[in-house]
Design a protein around this ligand. Structure first.
Ligand code: A3P
Length: 325
């Protein structure tokens, strides 16, 4: 029998078909909804696939709980890492137990995308209230269901240099494309990305929405940088723990605890972990999720002209927002 939400999903399909369309980097169209572009149903597994009708249903139906903490990001900005860190912080008792008894921590057997689900998926919609308090989203701030804001939920946003986001995204999409789509030419992807026509884009507008919110509502929105997390992970992990309501206490050996969390969530550790996940098609394989995990790798791919164009857009878009790379 159809649930209320799945009934609504059918209704939303008609609305989606009226949205502006644009060709994407792969053989899928992008649709513009409330100022941002989305793929329709592009993912490994239909249950975990993102779709605009799910966003519409969430906007109408989702009731956030004040205890919910949202981990928000534009794709390829460090989502996987942020999810792992927040999950490890909230569940750090498991870390103690796993060291004591040699049992394996969930992050080593399960993808952090399973530990912290994206809200804009059919599977989340089917089961929104069984998830723990950590919920992830790639939705822009302006598209978040209103109850998230009115319930004063905390939101953590992770931002990354758009040049690295672009190169990471280009690799990612190229690895995920189906056999029907030819290899993605860097120039073609660049042309669309720099015009803001990319999945969840414009990348810059996505950042600006959360940045402004973090400046206006600093108690509700914590704004993190991928680059800062690489440079000073200890400081960023402490900041994150405090913000999400799991500060390190005096009784804990803070340095050791923080280091254990950083080590558990490191690129080296997680990229080699949960290989089993690759057997199940609903999660993205490790070699697609974890590529290099470095700052500034885009310089190895972009022409000087491309760098100039992206830097210029970044300067203009982030003007006055205290974001510099
Ligand atoms: P690169 O493609 O530049 O290597 P997202 O998780 O938002 O999809 O972002 C993916 C980017 O984060 C990829 O960047 C990936 O390698 C990097 N990444 C994933 N896990 C990481 C970790 N634990 N530490 C640092 N970077 C990580």
């Amino acid at each position: 029998a159809k649930t209320k939400i799945s009934f609504l999903i059918e209704q939303y399909k008609d609305r989606v078909s009226t949205l502006p369309k644009h060709k994407s980097w792969i053989n899928h169209n992008l649709y513009k909804y409330e100022g941002f572009w989305y793929h329709q149903g592009f993912w490994f597994h239909s249950n975990a696939s993102f779709s605009i009708e799910v966003i519409m249903a969430l906007q109408d139906e989702f009731q956030a709980q004040p205890s919910n903490v949202f981990l928000a990001s534009h794709p390829k900005s460090g989502t996987t890492w942020l999810k792992a860190l927040a999950f490890a912080i909230v569940n750090r008792a498991m870390l103690k137990n796993s060291t004591d008894s040699n049992t394996v921590h969930p992050l080593l057997t399960t993808s952090s995308h399973e530990c912290v689900p994206f809200m804009e998926t059919q599977s989340f919609l089917n089961n929104p209230y069984h998830a723990n308090d950590l919920i992830a989203t790639h939705l822009p701030y302006s598209l978040l269901p209103k109850s998230i804001i009115s319930s004063n939920c905390r939101i953590v946003y992770i931002c990354r240099n758009p040049k690295d986001v672009f190169i990471s995204f280009w690799h990612f999409m190229d690895k995920l494309r189906d056999n029907l789509s030819p290899p993605i030419k860097l120039e073609d992807a660049f042309e669309l990305f720099s015009r803001g026509v990319s999945p969840n884009g414009s990348c810059w507008d996505h950042v600006v929405g959360y940045r402004k919110a973090s400046l206006e509502r600093p108690d509700q929105v914590l704004f993190l940088f991928y680059e800062e997390m690489k440079k000073d992970p200890k400081n960023e992990v402490r900041k994150l723990a405090k913000f999400i309501g799991y500060p390190f206490s005096e009784e804990e050996d803070v340095d050791e605890e923080v280091e254990k969390i950083i080590e558990l969530c490191s690129f080296e550790k997680l990229s080699k972990a949960n290989k089993d996940a690759e057997e199940t098609p609903k999660v993205i394989p490790n070699d697609v999720l974890f590529r290099k995990g470095e700052v500034g790798d885009s310089i190895n791919y972009l022409t000087m002209e491309m760098v100039e164009i992206l830097d210029k857009i970044t300067l203009e878009k982030y003007d006055g927002l205290d974001i510099s790379f």
